[in-house]
Design a protein around this ligand. Sequence first.
Ligand code: ADP
Ligand code: ASP
Ligand code: MG
Length: 415
Amino acid sequence: MKVFKYGGASVKDAEGIKNLAEILTKYKEDNPLVVISAMGKTTNALEEVARAFYLNQDAFGKLNYVKQFHDHILTELFDSYHSIYDIVSNLFLEIEWAIEDAPRPNYSFEYDQIVSFGELLSTTIVSAYLKEIGINNDLLDARDVVKTDNNHQDARIDWNLTSKLIKEKVNKDQLTITQGFIGCTSENFTTTLGREGSDYSAAVFATVLEAKKLVIWKDVPGVLHADPRYFANPKKIEKLSFQEAIELAFYGATVIHPKTLQPLKRNGIPLEVRSFINYDEKGTWISDDSETKPATSFYILKKNQTLLSISVSDLDFILENHLSSAFLILAKYNAKVNLVQNSAVSCSFALDIDDLKIDSLVNELSNYFIVTHDFGLELLTLRHYKDEEIEQLLLGKDVLLTQKNRSTIQVLYKL
Ligand code: ADP
Ligand code: ASP
Ligand code: MG
């Protein structure tokens, strides 16, 4: 039994869906369970619908864009009399019902009821297309098996119930198509697992089904030593240990969602990251026993970082109680702390934080601390670095903060 996962980029248009069908034709004897994300940038577009709905703006107008995008894909894949048109229209009707009445005060709840439709649409379309070309499959509603708490937008899996239901409902002798990213509470409300959460959903299915491996099909040849968006000629890694992959994900290598790796490692299920474009080529094999091959350094770049520094008036020492209250405030604003550095009288944090929240965060911290901040910075992390590489990468950069140990260096700089 294998589990496959395809992200938004693999199904961003009709060509992508045809390509996915070609890959599945090749593997159909294996009857994989296939986890699919929303098509292209649909999740972003539905986030805009949710936001407009919540702010009493033109949510229907924003939804129109999502409709047109999916309609266009449908007309390229199906004849005009196909039943899929009605099925997809009904899904859009459900979204319209969700945004007809006034929003509830809980934005995250409303978000989940709307944004989850991206995955419902993509899987419905892919499943129908596969059937159309003669690849039989079960379309499984992930909400019938992936049970979560009601922490909307970042729901946590109820592993016991989810395991029981997946084992009951997945037919291992049939190709199954299901959604990543979404789940359901015990009261039957839809939840989402956090942005980019489909990799994690795939890991949950692979773990419960005791899969031989999880294959994540990407627009890159595998895990590379650096993000190809920012670094030229990145090298493909053939083998990687879970340990190293967890470190890379933790420092922000977006090729794998951080939560994905732990359940796989715990259950000894290897992960393969490979290309959906050159789908016959080997990718990266991630398992418990693999050394990194070829041995290399890794570069991880996080953009749009905010540097926030706090100090206590009169040059008082920064003590544990100060830090704990600062962290509570950071958590309240969902700031993700990527680096912390403190001296006797100040503490600095490099953060990912929503632009809309920075002012309120600084205001609240200013009740207790002297606060300075700077934004639009970059955080470069190098694992297994060589000093020459750092010098080269930092040429012409205004370095604000550096932190290093034997295997890792992190540098925060201004461009
Ligand atoms: P998905 O379609 O599965 O959601 P993502 O866009 O989340 O795919 O992940 C693939 C992207 O991850 C690549 O296009 C690449 O830009 C980025 N990426 C970041 N770091 C790395 C890395 N070390 N190796 C490969 N890809 C990386
Ligand atoms: N569609 C969701 C997102 O874009 C989940 C995922 O793709 O992993 O965040
Ligand atoms: Mg992704």
